[in-house]
Ligand binder design. Sequence first.
Ligand code: ADE
Ligand code: ZN
Length: 315
Amino acid sequence: SRLMRWLAARKLVPKAELHIHIEGTLEPAMMLEFAARNGLPAPYPSVDAARAAYNFTDLQTFLDLYYFGCSVLRTRQDFYELAMAYFKRAAANNVVHAEETFMGGLADAARDAKQQLGITSSYIMCFRKELSDESANATLDASLPWHHQHIAAVGLDSTELGNPPSKFVQVFDKAAELGLLRVSHAGEEGPPDYVWQALKLLHVKRVDHGIRSLEDPLLMAELNATRMPLTVCPISNVKLKVYEGQVEERLRALVRSGLLVTINSDDAAYFGAYVSANYEYIAAVAGLDVLEVAQLAANSFEASFYLPGGRARRQ
Ligand code: ADE
Ligand code: ZN
């Protein structure tokens, strides 16, 4: 029943969230608060004005506003409060484990989230695809002092079209030598070939999004045979108009494909939906019963880098 699906999505079923950009959880009220205390001009005149601006036609129109919002994040305290606000929301969504994008004072929040909320987490440091391999290398070098238990993996995000994974072979090889796991956004706006590249050239352990894999039956077979996890973000795909007009059919096909699909929020504050809302949405769109919803939650643990005892899985 609808009630059972809702309960499964919301509370009954513990889940891991594997694809959340911490800067994407910056709610407008917090953005305005941080701007004021950092002595910066307000990015928007009001919370309502920010929400009204969140009207995206594609990935790039979203990214432009996302980086504009990120500009208010300046201090260690900003990142701490941002991450703790996410962890509290996640606890209310019965998320018990989260894997997300890393910066500055986030380690304190990860420690406090474990102590205060019982949530384990690991950070994934994403390189922006529109920047160069050299710049990604410099970012990797600069991050070395923080390579302790909190960073589990490197990833690739941001502008996909025109920036194939092949650009980042060198920096991913170096990350592998450093003992980091590898993931990548691929097949969100970009073609199935970008997913192949992520698999074969970057040796990723998970594909973020990957929804365009549906266009390539051989790729679907490969993902199935290797039980490669996809971190799917249904409401993000709707809001960013991936597969305009057909996104519901595609999401239904993906969830029903038998692949190791997980459900995630991506940039919850910008899309107005945290992880439970994404479970509720996919349950409604794909007509899932309560056991199928629970299976998606089980998938999230199978695909996570978590090992019992709170350590991150290594390669
Ligand atoms: N950065 C934040 N959200 C993203 C998304 N959905 N795709 C690529 N880069 C992102
Ligand atoms: Zn993402």
